[in-house]
Design a protein around this ligand. Sequence first.
Ligand code: 13P
Length: 340
Amino acid sequence: FSYPDPTAQAELKATAEAIVAPGKGILAVDETNEGIGNLLAKIGLENTVNNRRRYRQLLFTTETLNEHISAVILFDETVHQKTDNGTPFMELLKQKNIIPGIKLDKDVVPLFLSLDEVTTQGLDDLGKRCAEYKKLGCRFAKWRCPLKIGTHTPSVQALNDMAQVLARYAALCQSEGLVPIVEPDVLLDGDHDIVRAQKVTEGALATLYKALNDHHVYLEGTLLKPNMVTPGQGSLQKNSPQEIALATVTVLRRTVPPAMPGVAFLSGGLSEEQATVYLNAINQVQLYAPWRLTFSYGRALQASVWTTWAGKEENVKKAQSELLKRTKANGLASLGKYED
Ligand code: 13P
């Protein structure tokens, strides 16, 4: 019994390791059309196919982007788009030695009879979709399943469902040659303290890794995209970056097998600076951590890019240098070498 076969395993492992190469991380630009529409609206632009393309072109044509970015997570539409001069984005990324990946979940739906909890959909036809994206040049995928902290949540129902959905997705990805990034996202919303966030994240990851094992997922060919452990956004408690880092690394050490090559954190609602400072502190924790600890940021790599670009052609270069500033800061933070 060997699944996937040794050659397929070697390819998955090599890709996962390349994504978390030292000093590098992931640029997450997989906003749905609705999600990017809100960002375009903030700078007074209409949510058109071309405006979405113009924005992503700005990102991908940034020179030296690959210095600290190993991979990008794309939304379906972007996989098929081209630059102004007709170069397919997929080709441009390949030239820059940046690995393209695809967001495969089809967003959240309510969990029946839960306390306002959710699950993610998109498992139907997933094998077929994986095969199509692999053919188009994608080498990895991402699936996000959020969990809400409340007085009585996450429920056992939500925790188990998250783990099952992510494990089914991961197994299907690997069967088609894509590295699955699994993203159990314990949301920042709420007024809970860091102790509760730690306990919930620990439970979520322990449940997830049991399910990945049940579904025969090859851990060496996967990556984890979790939240950092912080107090809720509405909490009056404030913790230092060192406390946040220690809680985060403690959770990972208790739940994530060393066979898994890398953890690429999401930024959630953290500011650009917080996301960098926390990642740096995480990499300075004096505890043995057998995985690479890096970033897979969406908002925390792009907030300044959006405000600097403001939809104007003459601002493209300045916006690109903002992007490089963030990628460099996070690249250093992934080595524990960032100084603010
Ligand atoms: P944020 O870093 O904005 O949370 O985005 C991460 C994500 O899940 C998109 O792939």
